[in-house]
Design a binder for this molecule. Structure first.
Ligand code: HEC
Length: 113
């Protein structure tokens, strides 16, 4: 069997682009997934952080409360939780794009005024 040079270079290109695209630039959740995530935010996150994110068992995670906190550390908190606190990690349920989308939604302010 011979593999054409063309096929080999195409494969090389595909591999290179896979390696070069940072995870953060990968596809954002589609509209249906966004609706599911918003539901989870209110039902699950809201059970600790309050239906309007103003706090309860967990602290407020409104735009004002999160202002100035590094996005990466918030993403890490939602991904892995905070050991020794009630904050669970969500990486078994949500993928990285889901978590990034949720954190950005919170940083923009949820619920929207
Ligand atoms: C069982 C309760 C509980 C649930 C459910 C929960 N959290 Fe938390 N969360 C906490 C607690 C408690 C803390 C504070 C941990 C600490 O003391 O550092 C926290 C901290 C956080 C922080 C960091 C806040 C800051 O000021 O640094 C973010 C962001 C966050 N949670 C988002 C979420 C999201 C998004 C969800 C849902 C996907 C969620 N939480 C679900 C209890 C919860």
């Amino acid at each position: 069997m011979t593999v054409s040079r063309h096929a080999v270079s195409r494969l090389g290109l595909a591999l290179a682009s896979l390696l070069l695209i940072p995870a953060a630039l990968a596809a954002a959740p589609d509209a249906e997934r966004q609706a599911q995530l918003e539901h989870l935010l209110v039902q699950d996150c809201g059970s600790c952080h309050g239906l309007r994110m103003t706090g309860g068992l967990g602290p407020a995670i409104t735009r004002d409360a999160l202002a100035g906190k590094p996005r990466d550390s918030l993403i890490a908190t939602v991904t892995h939780g905070r050991p020794g606190t009630a904050m669970p990690g969500w990486n078994a349920l949500l993928d990285e794009q889901d978590i990034v989308w949720l954190v950005d939604l919170l940083l923009e302010g949820y619920p929207k005024p």
